[in-house]
Every structure is written in C-alpha cells, then in structure tokens.
Design a binder for this molecule. Structure first.
Ligand code: DAS
Length: 342
C-alpha cells in the first residue's frame, strides 16, 4: 500500500493513543464463581453462572488496566476448601513466576468463604505483586449490583505500586483489606466485609487509594508449599452452653489432626468438652482456641498444652493450623507461628 499524506497524518495522530494503550498495566482476572459470577435467583433458586470474560466488561475498567481473564472454576465458595486452596495457590504461584508482564492478579470468589481462601493465598504466595480477591454481595443482574464496582476497585489496587509487598488482599465495598484481617460480618449487606479491631489497608475513593498502613514489603511467603500435595484435616468445633463431647470425638474419629475451638468469650469452653479435648490431645491432635464472639483476642500463650489463636477468628485459625500441621505437629512450634501472625 502506498503511504498517502492522509495515511501518514492518521498514523501520527494515532501514535500517542497506541503508546498509551500498550503501556497500560496488565492484570489477569481469575474467575472462580460465587455471587459475583451469577445472575438470577442466587439465594433461593439455581443461579445462572456468568463467565468471567463477560464479567470483566465493566464500563471504564479498560482505562485502569489491560485485562486478561481466565475461568479457573465457576462454583459457589462453599465448595472451595483445602484441596482447592492448594490448587489455586500453586496456579497463581506459577503465573507469578511465568508471567512477569502481569502487574497484579485479581481473583473473583464467592464471599462466603472468601476470607479463608484469601488468607491461604496470603500465607503461601511468593513475591510482592498484588493478588486481590473480590466478590459481590448481589448477583450481577440485581439492582445495585456491587460486582462491577468491586471488580474495578480490585483492578485499581492490583495495579497500584503502593499495594505491593502486602500479601494477598481483599477488596469489597471501596475498601482494601489485608487477607489476614478481613471477615464477612453480615449475611446480605454490601458493607459486610470488616477488619474487626484493625483498619482497612486503604480506602478506595474515586480520586485515588488512601492508605492507612505502611507496606511491610513482604516478598516471601510464611509457608513454602514445596512438595505438599495434601493438607491435614482440621475441624472447627463450636462451644455453647451445655455442649458435650460428641462433636469433638466425632472429628477425631474422622481423622482430624487439628481442632479449632470456637470458644465462648475469651476462649472459654463448655465443661462437657474438656474431657474429649484431653482425649484428643492424648492422640496427638493439636487444639487451637479461638472465640465465637466475632472479634477480640484469645492469648496465644497458654499453660494447658493448647494454643490460643490471638485475634484470628475460628476460620482463619483453621487455615493457619492446617498449614502449620503440614509442617510440624509440635505445639511449641505451632504457637510460635500463631504468635508471628499477631
Ligand atoms: N454463595 C455465595 C458464595 O459462593 C455467596 C457469595 O458469593 O456472596 O460464597
């Protein structure tokens, strides 16, 4: 083709645009399912699953980053537990190793167990690039759907150099949280995600991200997964007025190597549970004591052979105990890991 003056002029005018587009950071969005990836009657009926390549078509998001997407699963988060945590963490670690062009990674996930998956990623992923987990409290076709805004905020965090070195994070409702701190605190409200007694890492406002905490500059994971292919069974047992030994004996019989007690108050246990816990410990089961109150601390150091979870809630303590037991069954070493997470 002959280069006419008009053609050359058009080329010149487009050049800055082309450069701007190619220099936008690249973010990979990994879809795993949940309400954000659904439409229809999610709570009472069978939802329609919306594919991730459709979900990322949010007006304006292209100006933040060049998005790539990948449908890893499309399931409710109640189906995501230890074996899937392992699979997802290994996959993301491979991506971080093989795809240096990625500024960050966003994972869309059901909100019900999002805090557990995010904390597992936090404890196991290498490097300092942001890995941001997000979801939605409302299906994609509901009035006031929060998925598009959460996804946009997550991408904004994923490309922000100030978000580096902070481990895995969660974005919900205009706030960026450390995976370790965040919990789902309400069954339906969009402002469900909170970090009890801690602050969000940043507030995500239209004009920028406003950080509340300095980056610890992390580059190494707490746990190198190495050759770990399977994780030990750890169960959570609730304490309540009049609780007896049945649940504790049952999880030990099912093969639990660890038990997290969702204790009352500051980690108190129903008197009917004590004897079963003694039996469990005699079999080598490691017991961590947390609180069912939703916030507050259970001191890590105890003199009864058990470990307090600090301010990790029961589901977070279970993630940490699961990983700790993949390394050692020594109560002293495990207590040290819990202490380091406070
Ligand atoms: N069913 C849910 C889940 O997959 C709800 C949600 O995503 O909010 O966790």
């Amino acid at each position: 083709m002959r280069a006419t003056p008009h053609f050359l002029l058009a080329l010149l005018l487009c050049a800055p645009l082309a450069t701007a587009q190619t220099t936008r950071p690249v973010v990979l969005v990994i879809g795993t399912g949940g309400t954000i990836g659904s439409s229809g009657d999610y709570w009472t009926g069978t939802p329609t699953r919306v594919p991730i390549d459709q979900l990322i078509r949010v007006p304006g998001i292209d100006s933040v980053a060049m998005l790539r997407s990948e449908q890893f699963w499309n399931i409710a988060s109640g189906a995501i537990g230890p074996s899937r945590w392992l699979e997802l963490s290994r996959h993301i670690a491979d991506l971080l190793r093989d795809r240096p062009e990625l500024a960050g990674i966003v994972v869309t996930h059901g909100t019900d167990t999002m805090e557990e998956t995010a904390y597992f990623l936090d404890l196991t992923l290498p490097g300092d690039r942001p890995v941001v987990v997000t979801g939605a409290m409302r299906p994609s076709d509901m009035a006031g759907a929060d998925g598009p805004a959460n996804l946009t905020s997550a991408v904004r965090a994923a490309v922000d150099p100030r978000a580096r070195g902070r481990g895995a994070m969660v974005v919900m409702d205009d706030r960026l949280f450390a995976a370790r701190d965040v919990t789902k605190s309400n069954s339906t409200r969009v402002e469900s995600f909170q970090a009890p007694e801690r602050a969000p890492i940043a507030i995500i406002d239209p004009d920028g991200l406003y950080y509340r905490q300095a980056s610890p500059g992390r580059t190494r994971p707490v746990f190198e997964l190495g050759a770990v292919r399977e994780l030990p069974r750890v169960d959570i047992v609730y304490s309540y007025g009049g609780a007896d030994s049945v649940m504790i004996d049952a999880v030990v019989a099912a093969g639990a190597r660890g038990i997290v007690m969702a204790g009352v108050g500051r980690g108190g246990l129903a008197s009917g549970q004590s004897e079963a816990l003694r039996r469990a410990r005699a079999k080598g089961v490691v017991v961590a004591i947390s609180t069912r109150t939703g916030s507050g601390r259970v001191p890590v150091t105890r003199d009864d052979g058990m470990v307090g979870s600090g301010d990790l809630n029961p589901q977070k303590a279970r993630v940490l105990l699961t990983l700790a037991l993949s390394r050692s069954a020594d109560v002293g070493e495990i207590a040290q890991l819990f202490r380091a997470q406070q």
